[in-house]
Design a protein around this ligand. Sequence first.
Ligand SMILES: Nc1ncnc2c1ncn2[C@@H]1O[C@H](COP(=O)(O)OP(=O)(O)O)[C@@H](O)[C@H]1O
Ligand SMILES: [Mg+2]
Ligand SMILES: [Zn+2]
Length: 275
Amino acid sequence: MNTKNIAAVAARLNMIPSDAPTSPTLSQTGDCSPDCPDCGGVGYIRHDVPVGHPKFGKLERCPKARLFVTKQSLQAGEIDPRVGLTPDELRNLSWDLVKKGVNQADRACEVTRRAYMSGHGTVFMYGGYGQGKSLVLKIAVATALNEGKRAAYANLAGVLDDIRIAYDERENKMTELVRRMEWWTSLDMLAIDELDKVGQTEWARERIFQLLDARYQRAVRQEALTVIAANYQSTDELSGYLKSRIEDNRFVANGYVIHLKGTDGRKSMPKNWKY
Ligand SMILES: Nc1ncnc2c1ncn2[C@@H]1O[C@H](COP(=O)(O)OP(=O)(O)O)[C@@H](O)[C@H]1O
Ligand SMILES: [Mg+2]
Ligand SMILES: [Zn+2]
């Protein structure tokens, strides 16, 4: 593989190759902005540290390159379909689209935005239809992706479908299952919609537990954010293990459990409203 290929593959995988090439031709083939002040376009940064320092001789991904790649792929429409948003939603959704005075979506939005800024936690919003729950979830994910984070929006049923395909079809079932679970678990931010609408087979229950528990643990370690929405009227409708995790005082104390009981926004959205 030549240097050009290595750079391209590494960039696509968003990896830091331990043996990344240092040839000057990389500056023409790197994937950061050509006038990036940090890396000069290469996409990697070498730390100027003394021999023996843990970072000595190591290349690190330029944070601006990650952003650049995301923006480019967004524009080109080349983005993992599992992120769950349309290109139009990715480009246009932003916090200020949530209208005040329609229902309580503006409060949910304010809380979610605060959690997003902190980068970790578990936010749970529940209530009837048309409360703006899905809208807020999608806005948070669009914001995260546009800021270079790894994020996805999905109905819980959709997540399960993705995982189940691995289980049903692939030869190397366990490896593929683990790989797919890992994709959802490792996201910086995961927005799970329609928690209430999933099959209750033993298999589904186990996968949901596995995923949400892994996300919960990452939230507690302050590594990742999970935002969940359900059409429930009370948190008592949650399974016991989930209720206990969602109502963890580290989240409740921040106002991360939100009951939305306003009017149905669908009844008052203007004719040309797309979201
Ligand atoms: N406060 C709000 N500001 C802007 N749009 C809203 C608001 N509340 C609801 N909507 C719109 O109403 C519709 C229903 O909202 P949605 O997010 O799907 O609700 P839910 O997921 O709670 O059922 C969507 O088109 C959404 O964009
Ligand atoms: Mg919804
Ligand atoms: Zn750069």
